[in-house]
Write a protein that binds this ligand. Structure first.
Ligand SMILES: *Cc1c(COP(=O)(O)O)cnc(C)c1O
Length: 383
């Protein structure tokens, strides 16, 4: 009845989204704070002033949204949690000052970064050369490889759970392969430094693309956007509004790359879907970039809450990785991830565990509001 290729599909399973009971949701790395009120107001005002826009195709290239994203990146350096906030404007911290100005022709926008990643996979990764990626990483990458028929070369993490970046680089060089990895990585939460990534870019195959998925970089210490001018034919940075900008329900993701590579992504998009960003997402996105100072405040709150939660867990003999994201990956001796997940769920809170070999003892817990974290600590204390 359907095409043969369907039999081979192995779809991604997102964190559960229950509809039956009110849980505290700390299982999908969503932001506990809603977008700034100016975002809601912008959407309402556009709908009221231009009801006809609902019946018209939206802007295919969203130039004003790309300009707003470029402005936000120039003002924050791509790390909201470390940006300096001056009233309603931001400036980057010393580590993240950009050596160039990001321009709109370096930005491509899509319907969430999952869609953007799908286009990038199609554009960059061949079906004849294994794609180098970490063994434990974002589980959508293997799904897309299955979808597009791209072979994988999954490199185990080091013993300390960090990316084996030297080994990944060597694998790319000797097999002439492309690379993809999140930085910070998911689900470990650990980050490579920009210097380490620069090293990978210098030593991997010179003609192959390296995709760095910065879904969580706004909660980290460094972005690798400053490397784009040095590697204009090689580096694509993928980012999302979902986590740091509280847009998981809005769907907005983007790439930052040289104008040359960005133009090719646009060609792929126009061969698939002309209009991935509807006019409401565009309007909300622009307002959200203008309120970056507010999301920076939230990112700082989340980072402070994360660091105190990590300490709390360590004080209670949990093994915790040094997260640079809005979640924590931890385990406790004698308890399986599934057991912890089930007990916490009984307490009215959803977290995530993985049935993947090697990480089955861990749970991944998203950082929520202070009150949500207090509730989580109460439940964890009973384990
Ligand atoms: C959440 C996440 C994404 C996807 O984000 P969307 O923009 O919501 O599609 C991509 N990569 C990683 C590593 C993520 O954790």
């Amino acid at each position: 009845m359907v095409a043969q290729r369907i039999k081979k599909l192995n779809p991604y399973v997102p964190g559960e989204q229950p509809t039956d009971k009110e849980y505290i949701k700390l299982n999908a790395n969503e932001n506990p704070y809603p977008p700034h009120e100016s975002v809601r107001e912008a959407v309402k005002a556009t709908l009221d002033a231009h009801p006809e826009k609902m019946g018209l195709y939206p802007d295919p290239d969203v130039g004003d949204l790309r300009q707003a994203i470029a402005d936000m990146l120039n003002a924050t350096g791509g790390v909201l949690a470390n940006a300096n906030i001056n009233g309603e404007t931001c400036s980057p911290d010393e580590k993240n000052k950009l050596p160039f100005t990001v321009t709109p022709d370096m930005i491509f926008c899509g319907n969430g970064s999952d869609e953007v990643l799908s286009l990038v996979f199609y554009m960059c990764f061949d079906s004849s050369i294994p794609l180098v990626m970490p063994e434990h990483s974002y589980s959508f990458y293997p799904v897309y490889c299955g979808f597009y028929g791209i072979p994988m070369n999954r490199i185990p993490l080091k013993e300390d759970w960090t990316l084996a970046y030297e080994e990944m680089t060597d694998a790319s060089f000797s097999n002439r392969g492309c690379m993809i990895f999140p930085n910070p990585n998911a689900p470990t939460g650990l980050a490579l430094s920009r210097a380490e990534i620069e090293n990978m870019l210098e030593k991997s195959d010179p003609d192959r693309i390296v995709v760095v998925d910065e879904a969580y970089a706004d909660f980290a210490e460094e972005s690798c956007i400053p490397l784009i001018h040095k590697f204009p034919n090689k580096l694509i940075v993928v980012r999302t509004f979902s986590k740091s900008l509280s847009f998981a329900g809005m769907r907005l993701g983007y790439t930052v790359a040289s104008p040359f590579l960005t133009d090719i992504i646009r060609t792929v998009k126009n061969s698939f879907n002309h209009f991935p960003v509807d006019f409401i997402a565009k309007t909300a996105g622009i307002a959200s970039c203008k309120a970056a100072w507010y999301s920076a405040e939230n990112a700082k709150k989340i980072v402070a809450e994360r660091d105190s939660f990590i300490q709390w867990l360590k004080d209670r003999n949990w093994f915790v990785l040094d997260s640079k994201t809005n979640f924590v990956f931890a385990k406790k001796k004698g308890l399986s991830g599934k057991h912890i997940y089930e007990q916490v769920k009984k307490g009215g809170i959803l977290i995530r565990h993985f049935n993947t070999k090697g990480i089955e003892d861990f749970v991944r817990m998203t950082i929520g509001t202070h009150e949500q974290m207090e509730a989580l600590k109460n439940v964890l204390s009973t384990l």
